[in-house]
Design a protein around this ligand. Sequence first.
Ligand code: NAD
Ligand code: 13P
Length: 417
Amino acid sequence: EKKHKVTIVGSGNWGSTIAKIVAENTRANKDVFEEDVQMWVFEEDVTIAKDSKHYDESIGDAPQKLTHVINKYHENVKYLPGITLPSNIIANPSLVDAVQDSSILIFNLPHQFIRNVCNQIRGKILPFARGISCIKGVNVSDDGVSLFSEWIGDGLSIYVGALSGANIASEIAAEKWSETTIAYDPPPMDNSRAPTPRSQSPGLTMTVTEPPADMQHRDARGRKSKTKLTPVPAEYPPLDHACFHSLFHRPYFHVEMVSDVAGVSLGGALKNIVALAAGFVDGRGWGDNAKAAVMRIGLMEMVKFGKEFFGETVHTATFTESSAGVADLITSCSGGRNFRCARKAVEKGITVDEVEKQDLNGQKLQGTSTAFEVNSFLTARGLEKDYPLLTAVNAILLGKASVDDIPSLVSDTERKQ
Ligand code: NAD
Ligand code: 13P
């Protein structure tokens, strides 16, 4: 039987953390996965700080390739400093080479770069590969709004699920306990495959089910997907919930598997806009009550957005009960980068973009661009007043409103039972 080869597409703060988790699990489940994990790194030169344990007098401040440094010291000194990565992570500067022959592709990079990445690997991956998107954002185009998992899947002609949760990377990299949610709702042809003997209890009779006549996959709006999927060959272990659970679950990273791809993806995207609002009111010195108000209104708008645009498949409980919903909202409004940068911007009287450049050492905020993209989508449909908090955040970022306007801008929000 063949094993699944895994590639992480991306190597930032969260990309490197997910690579660590996945590489620990491929090592622990060598019967299902190839032990080595490819990690595509957007190559750049780095200098190793004098106080780093990897500082080498003979090299000094001379720039070195980030991939070389990761493979030599097993540390991403720029995006996840101080964390030792498993030695079975192979940093690769060639995107096409990194994804070659991989049956599991994990997309984990800031959403602004994913289009370029997909363009480079289209037609160069295994046709039966399956993916998981860890990207927090939504894809907005003239046609409307779509989920990155589906947009990547359609572009590459593969099925892609979504991982999202209350997951501040630095805490998880330090192996502090957290939860996450993985939405994976594969086409019937993947589900229909019989479990392999390995995953069965001894003595259980194995029934081999034929793929159903209708193998058509349905998207997050319940429509028949245009993408023609290639079934996973029978000699590979099934790519099902159990498989992805074993790839991501760690004692310090607890995974819940669900099927609501829209709810999980929208939770991760929209909470970033709410976290900016939480930073704004905190930076203004209004305290915890104002922050809680912003979180309450934000959660309502997240649910409304999901119901209005993905109502065919989305579950309200994903927003109100899962790690990808309310828990991510809380953690992001407590210590996330969007929250921290927005708070500092108000305190210092500078823009969020300026704080991002000054403080994040190349890490990227997702909330600022998502606020703009979601606003364009709502404005094009005359719906911006129905989402007063999401609209207010964009107006503040563009300098068209101030933090002091937030209470009056959101005061019409009614609570519907
Ligand atoms: P990051 O914020 O650390 O971004 C830096 C990464 O972007 C680096 O790997 C860099 O090489 C890459 N990059 C820069 N320019 C590029 C280019 N032109 N093309 C391709 N890549 C380029 O990234 P991250 O924290 O790994 O975030 C990835 C996704 O995960 C985001 O959608 C984010 O919202 C989400 N996320 C982040 C966290 C977190 O705590 N960091 C937690 C959960 C989810
Ligand atoms: P930030 O990108 O705002 O740091 O949020 C991280 C995150 O998604 C926590 O779950």
